[in-house]
Design a protein around this ligand. Sequence first.
Ligand code: ATP
Ligand code: MG
Length: 570
Amino acid sequence: MPDMNEKNTGSPGESLDFIRTIIEEDNTSGKHDGRVHTRFPPEPNGYLHIGHAKSICLNFGIARQYNGLCNLRFDDTNPSREEIEYVDSIMEDVRWLGFDWEERLFYASDYFGQLYEYGVQLIKVGKAFVCDLSAEEIREYRGTLTEPGKESPFRDRSIEENLDLFEKMKAGEFEDGSKTLRAKIDMSSGNINMRDPVTYRIQRSTHHRTGDKWCIYPMYDFAHCCSDSLEGITHSICTLEFEDHRPLYDWYLEQLDIFRSRQIEFARLNLTYTIMSKRKLLQLVEEKHVTGWDDPLMPTISGLRRRGYTPESIRAFADIIGVAKRDSIVSIDLLNHGLREDLNKRAPRVMAVLRPLKVVIENYPENQAEEVEAIINPEDPSAGTRKLPFSREIYIENTDFMEDPPRKFFRLAPGREVRLKHAYFITCKSVVKDEKTGEVIELRCTYDPETGGGEAPDGRKVKGTLHWVSASHALDATVRLYEHLFIVENPADAEEGKDFMDYINPDALETLTGCKVEPGLAKTIPLDHFQFLRHGYFCTDSDSTEGSLIFNRTVGLRDSWAKMQKKKNN
Ligand code: ATP
Ligand code: MG
């Protein structure tokens, strides 16, 4: 587990991670004249998730650190799964995280013409051929990890014939799947990726940018390295599963004799209680286990944003976890720890009663109200103070009262006195119950007018301090509380016969209506952050309006990460 103090930013004097070490070596040797150029290359087939955020912070962060550039490039070579909605959401998410690709927005599909020419070039140097084997036959011929593959019977077609067939593939003369262009490498290679990999396939589907212009599409491995090269990417950073593809990446660039970008792999981010795959996240959306990609339960960037995570806390998290060469799983408590630290500094404190119980203060005049002063954020004196209305009828949290309290319960009970935060001491005199159910529906209390500053002049102490709102001034609100979306730490690692869907937490969302919040929240807008005293950090939901307030709990107050660290250090 990473240590909070262990940073990988590579500022002077700190030890560098392995990627930055490579970059500094290249800068020292003058390999690219000190130029550093990275890219973030999402496939627009879903919304970005927190794993992508790590990659974004890494690629844009490195560019920033070394005075370099970082491109945003949509890897849109698979027309059947890609949509404009995803392209738009990805741009919004990268910007929200605080990064800017300036004028360098690219699409792999912009290079389709050039990539076709590269295909022709490979044929001309005898390094590619048109193959008539079906997808299934290609798979059969490929061999296994322990057995070499078999050469395609079409491997020795002449250059002229290959050029002619490739052109006809492009012109739409062949059925989908009936022919492919394959690289001619080595069917006995120990690396299966090098066994004459498919470079182009025929697929008639409308592309979100190029429409029906093309019926042949380049494969990812070919398109990706060529796109990197065309953009002059110096360091092409990707996740570990592409390590075995690197020889092919290098092979294509070498055969084509074009700019040699360098691929560097790092371990993808895994988070506890989370899944991190667009395909699986799409399944959650399609099967309506969540309300959409931006459901606050989702580990998508848009879900985290709506939930109330801040870009600062996500960037800091990416920084702290750093990059590694080996896969591991990071505790979501670490992400939430940083989030709390960030929100603690800037979230205004407000009073919100989530499960209201009415309190009538019998000795407070009817039709009277006053304003008490309350500090906005004790961590940030510059935030100042606000005025809170106080009156004869207030709401407190119904869990703050017990008729027959156990020994350690220090809040309100019959005959007991407590402090109302920023206001007076009150004492519970009697209880009103629902005649039918016996449920406590109202408390009758008195207040001590001498305790306005929150202290009694005679020095008497009270053990409990409660939050509250004035009943006639409070606003109604809906509040959503969240638990982990999954009930196990690693839902991706399902036991036999199960899959991640079997671990969905049916109680992940609890919606509370009829909550009461202080009147200052009337004009709140989506993405505003607050600390609801004693309840945690909350964020105004994107569907919230002035007449119908909705808040999402971003994270509770209890910091299990900090607690665990403390225990470890003792
Ligand atoms: P998914 O399996 O979730 O669809 P992907 O790798 O297929 O992920 P891409 O759109 O191809 O998604 O990813 C864009 C970039 O983000 C790639 O460079 C990829 O390596 C990186 N990336 C994706 N998931 C993670 C992760 N969990 N941690 C770090 N980087 C990631
Ligand atoms: Mg992918």
